[in-house]
Design a protein around this ligand. Structure first.
Ligand code: PLP
Length: 410
């Protein structure tokens, strides 16, 4: 008996895996500081909860939705993004919207609609762990562009251009970025738009799942706002997981030219049929402007966490490892500039990545869970989530900093 080759070449999401490790430890009755989380610890805004519960009274909430999603909600998402980005989507090749079970599902359908075997997709490093896995699953090849902490993780546009070949099918831009916790600035987006005009056969995938999650101005902007003609080959991915604090409700969407949305609908019709009817119905009746107050609270929580991080790094002489985050939920900790790393490097001189070993050590000795950085394309680092509540977060970060600077404790 043999499983498929495709599955033997795939791996489980490292973020999900480390989150499960935390849950297992907790089930054993042990305390652990969970800094792996990719979700907010808030309940959604009360108006949305109310909208969800009132939909429980309708038969339609329990029945199959249309494959692409409720027409009224698709229109609402289109208009919402148009309003937020101040663009007109209708004039570009007849934009359409397809609603899926989370934006991860939207991305999976999008890659399936675009990629043929051997096609290349350019990804900026650090990247969300699922991109290479999904591209690989559909037979494509990921091509990585390195970015650096000292450039706030914004890559030189020329480095992207150098990676373009006649096999390049798409480029993914994820801003705000998971795991870097920054968004590319308007100059960068303008230059990227300029550069992409010269490559009219490349699709541009804009993963905007954290577009509302920024805690320092200016707000994120997007390349197609600087040159709307790019929209004729742009796929905008978003969803409710992060901005509605509703990761478990599994609703994401893709706005793209109609032929792409139609292709995605073929895959969706043969896999999940459509996305959760109850939640779609609740969203159609929910006034999105009600999110404003909620997002204000979220932003102030994340800003406070980033301040705690800065203070702890400063007071433990780790300022050389620190950079200013501004968006999404995360911070990337570079172990390679700490004393703890030196201890591990002496122990395992041959290994090019020690992120898993160091994170395991930290988990066992300090009961602090971080996600190893290697699967995000940054070896010898770890992702820290800023979503944890203030008091345990501050305790955990101070404990961690102490440990990083005292190698004899390892
Ligand atoms: N894109 C990025 C960059 C993410 O970080 C995530 C989740 O963590 C997703 C997409 C998928 O989100 P969801 O499927 O919950 O909408």
């Amino acid at each position: 008996m043999k499983l498929s080759q495709r599955i033997s070449q795939s791996s489980k999401s490292v973020t999900m895996e480390w989150n499960e490790i935390v849950q297992d430890i907790r089930r054993q009755g042990k305390e652990v500081f969970n800094l792996t989380s990719g979700q907010l610890n808030f309940r959604p805004t009360p108006e949305f909860i109310q909208s969800l519960s009132s939909q429980l009274n309708f038969l339609g909430s329990f029945q199959y939705p249309p494959v692409k999603g409720l027409p009224v909600l698709r229109k609402k998402f289109l208009e919402y993004v148009e309003g937020q980005r101040k663009i007109d989507l209708q004039v570009h090749n007849g934009f359409d919207c397809i609603i899926s079970n989370g934006s991860k599902h939207s991305l999976y359908n999008a890659f399936g609609s675009l990629i043929d075997a051997g096609d290349e997709v350019i990804i900026l490093t650090p990247y969300w762990v699922s991109y290479p896995e999904m591209i690989n699953f559909w037979g494509g090849k990921s091509v990585f562009v390195q970015t650096y902490l000292y450039d706030s993780f914004s890559p030189d546009i020329n480095l992207i251009l150098e990676k373009i070949t006649d096999k390049t099918k798409a480029i993914i831009i994820n801003s705000p970025n998971n795991p870097a916790g920054v968004h590319y600035d308007s100059d960068w987006m303008r230059s990227f738009a300029e550069a992409m005009k010269e490559h009219p056969s490349i699709y541009l995938i804009s993963d905007e799942i954290y577009s509302d999650i920024f805690y320092y101005d200016p707000a994120p902007t997007y390349f197609y706002q600087y040159d709307e003609s790019l929209l004729s080959r742009t796929l905008i991915i978003n969803g409710i997981s992060k901005s509605f604090a509703s990761t478990g409700l599994r609703i994401g969407y893709c706005l793209a030219p109609k032929d792409i949305v139609d292709a995605m609908a073929i895959i969706q019709s043969q896999t999940t049929s459509g996305a959760n009817s109850l939640v779609q119905r609740a969203l159609k009746d929910f006034e999105f402007s009600n999110l404003k107050f909620f997002l204000k609270q979220v932003r102030s929580h994340l800003r406070r966490s980033s301040e705690i991080l800065r203070e702890a790094f400063r007071s433990h002489d780790l300022s050389h490892c620190w950079y200013q985050t501004s968006s999404a939920f995360y911070f990337m900790l570079d172990f390679s500039r700490t004393n703890l790393y030196k201890v591990f490097k002496d122990r395992y001189p041959e290994e090019s990545d020690l992120s898993f070993k160091i994170c395991e050590d930290i988990l066992h000795k300090l009961h602090i869970a971080l996600v190893p950085g290697k699967p995000f394309g940054l070896p010898n680092s770890a992702r820290i989530s800023l979503t944890t509540e203030e008091i345990p977060f501050e305790d955990a970060i101070n404990k961690l900093c102490e440990y990083l600077t005292k190698p004899h404790n390892s």
